[in-house]
Design a protein around this ligand. Structure first.
Ligand SMILES: [Ca+2]
Length: 238
């Protein structure tokens, strides 16, 4: 009986541990470096974009998009491999822009079903989407999940507090339960595309270190405690 309990415990831990520990990485910006600058002059809106590929990116590909919306100075965006990979959004004095990271698994036109139905809940293990982000001014991050139709989404908007682009990254956790619905919503266990939008004031410098879905902090310890209590009870009974 004790051998059976150990076997069952081993199987449960073997199944539960990697799911809970790994979470689901959307992007840590450690692959697919590059970027571009929207230069001084011209007219607005001034859009530009670049497709970047890498093994660590959800769907293997990200589109880096930036649209200058006011001011005729510089706006720039890039992914740098420094500091374990960082996404940067930068606008000059008097310049505002809208940044977007698009994950749809393809380099063609945006495909709201392009990822083919990814379970961003990790089979239910992940209940939050987590940003590691820092910014020199308050800015707005919006994350959008789509399941095949551009009009049907789950989304959330959060304000990134002004800190610094030199200090540590801030952790912002958004519970899946707090996502808002547009149209018919989306299915988090069958996601076809993920969008991250950045907006803020002029002269904004914002950086993202990582985007992932994660278990609620403490969930793993509760799970292990429950398993150990269960195993202990069975052992006592045997
Ligand atoms: Ca990173």
């Amino acid at each position: 009986m004790r051998g059976m309990v150990s076997l069952v415990l081993g199987l449960v831990l073997g199944l539960a541990w990697p799911v809970a520990a790994s979470a689901l990485l959307i992007d840590d910006f450690a692959t697919g470096a590059g970027g571009f600058v929207i230069s001084v002059g011209g007219s607005n809106p001034a859009p530009d974009s670049e497709t970047q590929v890498g093994a660590g990116i959800l769907g293997g590909e990200r589109a880096l998009i930036l649209t200058r919306t006011a001011g005729l100075g510089i706006a720039a965006t890039d992914v740098s491999l420094s500091e374990n990979g960082v996404y940067s959004f930068t606008t000059g004095a008097g310049v505002t822009a809208e940044g977007q990271l698009s994950y749809d698994g393809s380099s063609g036109p945006f495909d709201p079903g392009g990822l083919g139905g990814i379970d961003v809940t990790d089979g239910g293990a992940s209940t939050f989407v987590r940003f590691q982000v820092r910014s020199d001014q308050a800015a707005t991050l919006r994350i959008t999940f789509l399941s095949g139709d551009i009009a049907d989404t789950l989304f959330a908007e959060v304000v990134v507090p002004a800190t610094s682009t030199i200090g540590p990254f801030q952790t912002i956790d958004i519970p899946f339960a707090s996502l808002m619905t547009a149209g018919a919503g989306a299915n988090l266990t069958s996601v076809g595309a993920v969008l991250v939008d950045i907006t803020g004031p002029a002269s904004l410098d914002l950086q993202i270190d990582q985007i992932a879905t994660v278990p609620e902090p403490g969930t793993l310890m509760l799970l292990l405690t429950g398993i150990l209590i269960l195993a202990g009870g069975r052992r006592a009974a045997a």
